[in-house]
Design a protein around this ligand. Structure first.
Ligand code: PNS
Length: 172
């Protein structure tokens, strides 16, 4: 039984994240998605909401479970769940520069390896922070997040009753 951890803030989960998690599920017997608070980032969704949005996105992949990492180190979480590797997607060199020191530190601390998967080019421009910014300013992010995430996002930024392109929907 080989288990990996896919960690991140997932505030909220995007189709880019989901592509990486699904591909990780093809490589490992079990995937634990670890939803972490990041003190450097102001969050839009509570950890429990982020977990729920991810779970709703992956009901068709039974080998994936979703948990929160609150307050501790990722490597301790990996040890606790018995994961042999961390899996992360890379959209490009900037992601690599951000991820490499964390991967090396995690290996230094515990020996856990990090497996990098090349991000799907269709989602190269997709990040949770850009999704939130574009949605908050009335832009169309449909197709970049699952529909149930889009609905929650529009609700959170006060765009309920609008379609994704900012027009009133049929119900007004
Ligand atoms: O989606 P993000 O914000 O890039 O994810 C960053 C995350 C959650 C993977 C990273 O901050 C993390 O691993 N946090 C847990 C605390 C920890 O172990 N920090 C030291 C990392 S070397």
């Amino acid at each position: 039984m080989r288990r990996c951890v896919c960690p991140g803030s997932f505030d909220p989960v995007t189709n880019g994240h989901l592509d990486v998690i699904r591909r990780a599920a093809l490589l490992f017997d079990e995937v634990v998605v670890a939803v972490a608070g990041n003190p450097a980032k102001k969050s839009m969704f509570r950890l429990a909401e982020r977990v729920e949005l991810i779970e709703q996105s992956l009901t068709d992949v039974p080998s994936v479970t979703v948990e929160t990492v609150e307050g501790g180190l990722l490597v301790d979480f990996c040890r606790r769940v018995g994961a042999v590797a961390v899996v992360k997607g890379l959209r490009g060199g900037t992601d690599f520069a951000y991820e490499l020191p964390m991967a090396l530190m995690n290996r230094h601390l515990s020996g856990v390896e990090t497996v990098f998967l090349p991000g799907e080019p269709r989602f190269e421009h997709v990040s949770s922070s850009l999704i939130k910014e574009v949605a908050a300013h009335g832009g169309d992010v449909s197709g970049l997040v699952p529909d149930h995430v889009l609905a929650r996002l529009l609700e959170r930024v006060g765009r309920v009753g609008q379609t994704e392109n900012g027009q009133p929907d049929a119900a007004g």
